[in-house]
Design a protein around this ligand. Structure first.
Ligand code: GDP
Length: 196
């Protein structure tokens, strides 16, 4: 089972530090505090996997984890933290843009958005970059336990409708690392993407 034992490989701030081979990569991205670490940990069945720094203003890295022999999980630095200095935000943009648009290893982007306020400006920026890069993108609407099922379903449809206006392949699923809603589905998806 490829997802049971992801191992931290390295953190990279510059493209020349990215692993140089042809392993498939699945990247996770989202606003800081969206629940990305919790989601990765739930999906990978680990208590502590995501090592992204939570300290605002700190240089943030792209963290690479191995998933089995032939694939990696890539944890992109959380964006949108209000207190971060402009220079750090610009560096974030450059690093993420370079990774998303210039990484042949990258197969799928998992883009996390809070179900309570999806499609923020920076989320749209990620969507545009994914579209530019022709990168299939799975949106997870996190913290779905915060709303009743009907409301989550309505928001899921609305986000799907919005993303249908953009060129590219976008899927939208509700997710909660608290109730485990969507966790099994994501594990199955990951396993499929990795072997496909
Ligand atoms: P990250 O900054 O995106 O890695 O977010 P974290 O995983 O650290 O989570 C940020 C905050 O949201 C923490 O207080 C978590 O306990 C909370 N959180 C994460 N996932 C969920 C969820 O599925 N449901 C709820 N209600 N809270 C969550």
């Amino acid at each position: 089972e490829i997802l049971r034992a992801p191992e931290f490989l390295l953190g990279a701030a510059e493209p020349h530090q990215f692993p140089q081979d042809d392993q498939v990569e699945i990247a996770f991205a989202g606003r800081s505090n969206v629940g990305k670490s919790s989601a990765i940990n739930a999906i990978c069945n680990r208590r502590k996997l995501a090592r992204t720094s939570k300290v605002p203003g700190r240089t943030q890295q792209i963290n690479f984890f191995s998933m089995g022999e032939h694939a990696r999980l890539v944890d992109l630095p959380g964006y949108g933290y209000a207190q971060v200095p402009l220079a750090v935000k610009q560096k974030w943009e450059k690093t993420i843009h370079e990774y998303l648009t210039g990484r042949p290893n990258l197969r799928v982007l998992v883009l996390l958005m809070d179900v309570r306020h999806p499609l923020t400006d920076l989320d749209w920026q990620m969507v545009r970059w994914a579209s530019e890069a022709d990168l299939p993108t799975q949106v997870l609407l996190t913290k779905a336990d915060k709303f009743k099922r009907g409301r989550v379903a309505a928001i899921t449809l609305e986000v799907e409708r919005e993303l249908n206006k953009v060129n590219g392949q976008f899927g939208v699923e509700a997710f909660s690392s608290q109730t485990y809603l969507g966790v099994e589905a994501m594990r199955a998806q990951l396993a499929e993407w990795v072997v496909a």
